[in-house]
Ligand binder design. Sequence first.
Ligand code: NI
Ligand code: MN
Length: 226
Amino acid sequence: MGSLTFHGHSCFELEGGGSRLIVDPFLTGNPLADISPTDITSLDVVLLTHGHADHLGDGIEIAKAHDATVVAPFELAQYCETKGCTVHPMHIGGAHRFPWGTVKMVVAFHGGGVAGDDTGQYTTFPCGYVLTLDGTRVYHAGDTALTLEMQLLAGQVDVMLVPIGDNFTMGVTDAARAVEFVQPKVVIPMHWNTFDIIAVDPAEFTNAVGNAADVVILEPGQRHDL
Ligand code: NI
Ligand code: MN
């Protein structure tokens, strides 16, 4: 059985398929992060939903430190490669079976600029991921608006990780509608309270979801078994 640990903002560490993965490792400069990059002792894969600083974060540095593979939308992967990372580029709609599980890259409606890319040449589409690890399907929605495309995932997700902080992404009300679209068994909110502009009361999200799914609110450092 795998597990998922929340490190604040949109950063989740997953164990499964005999490997350790991290999604959107924004640790340095994240006021809610419970670990720093040097606390990571082993890592196989870094998944990036987009290139904004609060998602790309420490990704390049920790990938290189552990010789982990960076999985990202093609142009963002190229950027990471220029910084010395081993990369596995993908793009929206594509899936790939890795030795440790399957990754499908899905739509997210958001900005695609890459922090640190002064040329803008690596700007690309942001994404979400559906990861299948040891038979459990985890959907990390990335930063996104509510989209009708989420209906395509109906019944195909066990655990949904959804932004609720509003302003840059869905807020509580739209995130609850996203849960109706996707119909996961469990939903875990993310991208909230890191900064004042995305401060929300997660209890409002729990109320808005109602009986549609089990809402699990993780504080940074807390783990959820898959
Ligand atoms: Ni963003
Ligand atoms: Mn963000």
